[in-house]
Design a protein around this ligand. Sequence first.
Ligand SMILES: CC(C)(COP(=O)(O)OP(=O)(O)OC[C@H]1O[C@@H](n2cnc3c(N)ncnc32)[C@H](O)[C@@H]1OP(=O)(O)O)[C@@H](O)C(=O)NCCC(=O)NCCS
Length: 132
Amino acid sequence: MNYTIKIGKKINIKDINEIHSLLNWGNYSSGQWPIVKKQSTFMVQVLCEKKTVGFARCVDDSEMCMIYDVVVHPDYQKKGIGTLLMKEVLKYIKSNNFATVSLFYDIKNKGLDNFYRKFGFETIPNAMRLKK
Ligand SMILES: CC(C)(COP(=O)(O)OP(=O)(O)OC[C@H]1O[C@@H](n2cnc3c(N)ncnc32)[C@H](O)[C@@H]1OP(=O)(O)O)[C@@H](O)C(=O)NCCC(=O)NCCS
């Protein structure tokens, strides 16, 4: 199958919302999307024909970079699309000089850490987050 990589903030919100729903991913409301778009510093989509089937984004302030929302449509997983997304994210990261680059992952999703290890990530013990 032919996939197209699209970088930038012209994203297909309908398609991405559909992926989020199918994955039970926390959906962004229509009011949140403009803020998410404005505050994100990098966005990449993978399209199959005209449909967005994968998405990832970064938020950074030139010192630190967080990677968020790495998602692939369930029907298109395990076809290399997550790898295409991460390669583009890493190109963006390497073109900057961030002191830290981090991401969260769901520890219950067995083996997901291995997906990120392929791209040079390691788990760290010294992180905390504010309780909800
Ligand atoms: C995680 C995710 C983005 C990977 O996308 P993908 O398109 O299926 O990944 P790829 O096909 O590029 O797979 C790359 C490699 O990682 C492995 N991999 C992918 N997802 C994996 C998982 N959940 N657990 C273990 N290994 C995984 C693949 O087996 C493959 O290994 P290989 O290179 O040895 O063949 C996708 O499964 C997804 O959207 N999951 C649900 C949302 C999610 O949890 N996102 C992560 C947010 S932190």
